[in-house]
Design a protein around this ligand. Structure first.
Ligand code: ADP
Ligand code: MG
Length: 335
């Protein structure tokens, strides 16, 4: 590398835009480890995610957009735990010290870091195929993290935002011929690009969910797959096998998605496409109005999509009231 590892870190990652002060960071970058202050009555929440080139993002992705996405998807995990971000670490593997790439990537990280007051507090830099691992650190009030295990029969199931947009964006990035590009406008292109690279992660909303929801997670693999994690964890916690029923008509879809994805593919893509980074929340009937007013205060679109059932299995109720079984990859008639 033309730049030494230390020059590279000093120039792109230790700059004030990324390594800014935070009341919970006693010591950030520069030593063998960072030192964090956890205030009384608060607990530390950690979440780590790796994004590899050609696996989690397309080869040659714009560095500025990629920097944003890598941090946003980690903050989405904190949002799903109900945590307030306080700092993140970055383990970066790079094939070469490309200064244009580093400048764009670090600017992308800084844009998100400053928006969420979440400084870069340390990391590791190595040479190798492009891979970005971020660990995000956040705080919750002690005992108040939003878990996957708290859902109970009768709870309503809500999702934020719209589903399937990032999956449609991936169709566009990959040149999938199913996307009806003859209907694609400039604003659709921008919308899809943002859905993939700049997901609208629900950090502010997440921070206020602790006393309202019974369970929650962020949707990274698609609602059909992720809702199963809630069912599994919650069934284990209450020692009773829970299920869920989703209503096909209720799944929130964006206008762009409806116009560009063939009608016959819409439901499957929205439920199994992944990369949504929206929240799936379970809430007891008596708390649903509080959840809804919280969402409207923060301008978050919130849609009731189904409910938790006493009978096991994940069902999808169609508009003709037929009930299908939802599997990881799609749906089929109940055996
Ligand atoms: P060590 O050899 O003790 O692991 P390093 O030489 O890897 O330390 O890193 C020196 C300092 O630079 C550490 O404080 C580390 O946290 C920080 N650092 C290294 N890479 C990054 C990075 N990509 N982003 C932010 N900080 C980094
Ligand atoms: Mg090191």
């Amino acid at each position: 590398m033309a730049l030494t590892e230390f020059e590279l870190i000093a120039r792109y990652f230790a700059a004030q835009q990324l390594a800014f002060d935070h009341p919970c960071i006693v010591l950030g970058q520069g030593d063998d480890g960072a030192v964090l202050r956890v205030p009384d009555n608060r607990q530390l929440v950690l979440s780590v995610d790796t994004l590899n080139e050609s696996v989690h993002f397309p080869a040659g992705a714009d560095a500025f957009l990629l920097g944003q996405r890598c941090l946003l998807v980690n903050l989405s995990d904190l949002a799903a735990m109900g945590a307030e971000p306080i700092g993140f670490t970055l383990a970066l593997s790079l094939p070469e010290a490309d200064t244009d790439w580093l400048a764009g990537f670090s600017r992308g990280l800084a844009a998100v870091a400053s928006r969420f007051n979440c400084p870069l507090i340390g990391g590791d830099t190595t040479r190798g195929p492009l891979s970005v691992t971020i660990q995000a650190h956040g705080l919750v009030t002690s005992g108040c993290a939003v878990l996957r295990s708290g859902a109970r029969a009768g709870d309503e199931i809500y999702v934020t935002g719209t589903l399937g947009d990032a999956a449609a964006a991936l169709w566009q990035l990959q040149g999938n011929s199913r996307l009806q590009v003859e209907h694609l406008t400039d604003s659709d292109s921008l919308f899809l690009k943002q859905a993939f690279y700049q997901p609208d992660v629900r950090v502010e909303f997440g921070k206020q969910l602790a006393e309202v929801v019974s369970a929650g997670l962020d949707i990274s693999d698609g609602l059909a797959s992720d809702l199963r994690h809630i069912l599994k964890a919650s069934s284990a916690a209450c020692q009773k096998e829970l299920g869920a029923e989703l209503s096909a008509d209720a799944i929130p879809l964006s206008d762009t998605f409806r116009r560009l994805v063939p009608v016959g593919d819409q439901l499957r893509l929205a439920l199994t496409g992944g990369d949504d980074y929206e929240l799936c929340l379970c809430v007891a009937a008596q708390d649903k109005n509080r959840l809804q007013s919280l969402a409207s205060e923060l301008g978050v679109r919130l849609t009731r999509v189904g409910h938790i059932t006493e009978s096991p299995g994940l069902g999808l109720r169609l508009s003709d009231s037929q009930l299908l079984e939802l599997t990881e990859s799609g749906y089929q008639h109940f055996a």
